[in-house]
Design a protein around this ligand. Structure first.
Ligand code: ADP
Length: 175
């Protein structure tokens, strides 16, 4: 499923983000950049130790911000590590989630990375409800594409499982 925003394709797919053939993939990291389960564990396993070596040099990343490293053995050229909020039902949750998406896009644009794949940030271990997260994510990406017009050919979600795909498909219909 996809939608054209300016010259950029916003695409929804189902699968494993470590296999994405985009120039950049985004990691759902934690703020100490120490590695964890979910997307983070899968990226470090598939990409090899070079990624963690660069994360250690960087040290940390506050919630809502993003940093960039090599992609090691992955097909992608770069991994952008961003930290979504741990869901607590507070007013700042959507703002921090939107920042994680928009700062990742700004960093990709700054590095000339024209195709970017995102996972569904914060909806695994961090507990953000899928429907609410999908709405915030797609609005943030639409704004990020509009802000960085002509910088991206494709912005893709790689969603793990049918429930996530359906939640994002529903939200894409509304933006
Ligand atoms: P967070 O800590 O930000 O919640 P998680 O990695 O725990 O991050 O989960 C984020 C989302 O990514 C979840 O919806 C989870 O199902 C999904 N996910 C887990 N592994 C992968 C993968 N290899 N590719 C794409 N999505 C994945």
């Amino acid at each position: 499923m996809e939608k054209l925003i300016g010259q950029t394709r916003l695409v929804l797919t189902q699968g494993d983000i470590t296999q994405a053939d985009t120039e950049a993939i985004v990691n759902a990291a934690n703020s100490r950049l120490v590695g964890g389960g979910g997307v983070d564990g899968a990226i470090h396993r598939a990409g090899g130790p070079e990624i963690m070596a660069e994360c250690r040099k960087i040290g940390s990343c506050p919630t809502g911000e993003a940093v960039i490293t090599t992609a090691g053995r992955l097909k992608a050229k770069k991994v952008i590590h961003t930290v979504g909020p741990i869901y607590r039902g507070r007013p700042e949750d959507p703002r921090l989630l939107a920042s994680a998406y928009s700062n990742s896009m700004d960093l990709a644009a700054k590095h000339g990375l024209r195709t970017v794949a995102f996972p569904s940030l914060s909806t695994g271990a961090y507990g953000y409800p899928l429907d609410a997260a999908a709405k915030v994510a797609l609005q943030a990406l639409k704004q990020g594409i509009e802000k960085n017009s002509d910088k991206f050919d494709e912005v893709r979600f790689v969603l793990f499982g049918k429930d996530a795909f359906e939640a994002y498909a529903e939200a894409l219909g509304r933006i």
